[in-house]
Write a protein that binds this ligand. Structure first.
Ligand code: NAD
Length: 445
């Protein structure tokens, strides 16, 4: 096949790489998307999305049809055929909180081996500051300085669940570069975007990403502590958050109290940033506390379940919502993982339901007769249970027919980790209701 040298290559077709590849294609670029996982590539070639992300599969199919987007498991082909190469591989956490950069290093070496001319190598994966320098050094070292390359940092800020929208309409684009050529190439690529574009050096761009995620995680841990204060004083966290958020300096987003943040980014990035600070001898204990508060949310939720149910052993409990947030099938570091594990340890029988994340959850917690069952609807999951736990605020849970639900349950107890319902309504309906940072409704003594 003839190769067009102006194509973009995206290495890694996970949540970030697949959205990046598809959206760049949608904007008129020719994109070669590469993944080492052949089964994923085969599905993608057939227009089947390997992840659930609203709007993505349609865009994928449209761009496959017009051949602006092609998929291959041949990394070398992608590199040879493109001038701009985006690294979108995983950067999972190590047990000491540091970042496992083996996928980034591996890709850098393959780039070195396959290079056939000038390349602009762009790190989109979230990485510790100075990683771009390591990528550059690795490529130069392994190709014996035979080709001129530039390295850039272009962190990604999309959110799972609204990734296509976020990619296409970002609040800002950050481009860390060290050459005029790299800057011009990336500015040209991002020309269709109608948002501020911040051009920085490499380290600044890398730090912007970690600092942004850590700050957002801090906001969540902060509001969760305020929720604890509300519970002890009778104040209402929803109103407190609104009262705070209307101050434009604070902002209303990321002030939802609950069972804590999860996903593949916040927990890992907070730990990684803490570790970077430690290595640089900067006292950033604030971030350690952000992480500790988040971990404690699971303990306090389990205590809440015990407060409502007393002995868990032998009780049947429905768990509604498994993904770490709504509109995604991603369960990586989701609070549900810890909570389901702990409830099983306590001997509870669990009925699980999630609109999209069930298949992923089954891989971690396979169904087990009499202990753990999966259901296709909330009503089936809640039939005959002694309590319902809400762990993800999927839209459909706001619309549940609570009168009907109450009739299906053995005892009418709802423990709501995401403040989906209004305590007064729940009182009126005769539920025992345990929200977060708001008045609990207790009907039975
Ligand atoms: P992911 O695990 O979903 O995807 C990574 C992909 O890279 C996998 O499909 C894997 O097979 C592929 N891969 C690994 N090594 C490869 C190689 N040598 N050649 C080709 N393919 C290879 O990860 P993700 O969630 O897309 O995250 C990727 C990066 O983006 C991470 O650094 C993450 O922190 C960052 N990030 C993620 C999000 C998010 O919401 N998921 C948002 C912003 C930034």
């Amino acid at each position: 096949m003839e190769i067009d040298s102006q194509r973009i290559c995206i290495i890694g077709t996970g949540y970030v790489g697949l959205v990046t590849a598809t959206c760049f294609a949608e904007l008129g670029n020719h994109v070669i998307a590469v993944d080492k996982d052949r089964s994923k590539i085969e599905k993608l070639r057939d227009g089947v999305c390997s992840i659930y992300e609203p709007g993505l599969e349609e865009l994928l199919q449209d761009n496959l049809k017009v051949k602006r987007l092609i998929f291959t498991d041949d990394v070398s082909y992608g590199i040879k055929g493109s001038q701009i190469i985006f690294i979108c591989v995983g950067t999972p956490p190590l047990s000491d909180g540091g970042t496992d950069l083996s996928q980034v290093e591996g890709v850098s070496r393959v780039i070195a081996e396959s290079i056939n001319g000038y390349k602009l190598v762009v790190e989109k994966s979230t990485v510790p500051v100075k990683t771009a320098q390591w990528i550059k050094r690795t490529i130069s070292l392994y190709n014996g300085n035979s080709q001129k390359i530039d390295v850039a940092s272009n962190p990604e800020f999309l959110k799972e669940g609204s990734a296509v929208e976020d990619f296409m309409h970002p609040d800002r684009v950050v481009i860390g570069v060290e050459s005029e050529k790299a800057k011009e190439m990336l500015l040209d690529l991002y020309k269709p975007f109608n948002c501020p574009i911040l051009v920085t050096d490499l380290s600044t761009a890398e730090i912007i990403k970690h600092a942004s995620n850590s700050f957002l995680a801090m906001k969540i841990s902060f509001i969760n502590m305020i929720a604890d204060l509300c519970e002890r004083t009778g104040a209402d966290i929803k109103m407190v958050a609104r009262g705070m958020g209307l101050d434009r300096r604070i902002g209303e987003e990321f002030l939802d109290a609950g069972i804590g943040y999860g996903g593949s980014c916040f927990p890992k990035d907070v730990k990684a940033f803490t570790r970077i600070a430690e290595e640089l001898k900067v006292n950033f204990n604030l971030l350690k506390e952000v992480d500790d508060i988040n971990k404690r949310r699971i303990d306090s939720f389990i205590s809440r379940v015990k407060e409502a149910l007393w002995v868990l052993s032998g009780k049947t409990v429905a768990v509604l919502g498994l993904s770490f947030k709504p509109n995604t099938d991603d369960i990586r570091e989701a609070p549900s993982m810890g909570i389901v594990g702990r409830l099983l340890e306590e001997g509870a029988r669990l009925n699980l339901y999630d609109p999209k994340a069930t298949d992923n959850m089954k891989e971690v917690f396979p169904p087990c007769e009499g202990r753990l069952s999966y259901f296709n609807s909330p009503s089936w999951a809640c039939s005959g249970v002694e309590a319902v736990l809400i762990l993800t605020e999927w839209n459909e849970f706001y619309e549940l027919d609570l009168r009907k639900l109450k009739k299906l349950m053995k005892t009418p107890i709802i423990i709501d980790g995401r403040n989906v319902f209004n305590p007064d309504d729940m009182e009126g309906l005769g539920f025992e209701y345990y929200p977060v940072g708001r008045k609990s409704v207790r009907n039975y003594y």
